[in-house]
Write a protein that binds this ligand. Structure first.
Ligand code: CA
Length: 215
């Protein structure tokens, strides 16, 4: 589920897009002119903006100049290659021309969300899938039960992938302990992760230091 802003002055099209995106579980807000579009876009509370180009007050291209960080799909009747290039050069993630197929638009939205924000909620490698929101881990589609600290450790390793992390650093990040105390719990938890997930080759021991998750 994503929060999507639809900026489109043709009400029938705006409603059609909203209806179809809500059918697949998204939450949509509608605005019908460039000024409201800009105001809403600057609130930074959307995962994606569907942006028409020819709008009253400000054009989609003008609005786009102010949008940073939020993915944008232009939906527009302007369909010359120059328009498309301009839209993409301004930083849009995709560009769909009218008349468009609504199923295609829904698919493009899904693809952009997969590439951008919504995508950070899970991580996949080999036969492993980790879902950070609900803290579940799957191997070959089957859930592998992890203890809370094991999951925390796995998350830290993934967020710092390909970096060598000392046992002390891991103790600090996972157990929130700052003293150079008993780093043996780090080794024990690393062993359990390797065994439970069968990822000994991914979690490398770094000589005299600690561990590195290699991907
Ligand atoms: Ca328009």
């Amino acid at each position: 589920m994503a929060k999507i802003l639809i900026v489109e002055d043709e009400k029938a099209i705006n409603d059609l897009v909203k209806f179809n995106l809500e059918l697949v579980g998204h939450e949509c807000s509608q605005v019908f002119d460039g000024e409201s579009g800009l105001t809403e876009a600057l609130k930074l509370k959307y995962d994606l903006i569907i942006l028409d180009v020819m709008l009253p007050k400000y054009s989609g291209f003008e609005i786009m100049e102010y949008i940073e960080g939020t993915p944008v799909i232009f939906v527009t009747a302007k369909s010359t290659p120059q328009d498309k290039i301009k839209g993409l050069r301004l930083g849009a993630d995709d560009y769909i021309t009218k008349p468009f197929n609504i199923v295609e638009l829904v698919e493009r939205v899904k693809a952009v969300l997969r590439r951008t924000k919504a995508d950070t909620n899970h991580f996949e490698f080999d036969d492993i899938r980790i879902e950070f929101d609900n803290r579940r881990v799957y191997k070959n589609g089957e859930e592998v039960p992890l203890k809370p600290r094991e999951f925390d450790l796995l998350e830290v390793l993934i967020n710092n992938r390909n970096l060598a992390l000392s046992r002390e650093k891991l103790l600090h990040l996972v157990w929130e302990l700052d003293y150079e105390g008993d780093t043996r719990s780090v080794d024990v938890h690393i062993q359990r992760l390797r065994q439970k997930l069968g990822i000994s080759d991914r979690i490398q021991t770094v000589y005299k230091t600690g561990y590195r998750f290699e991907i």
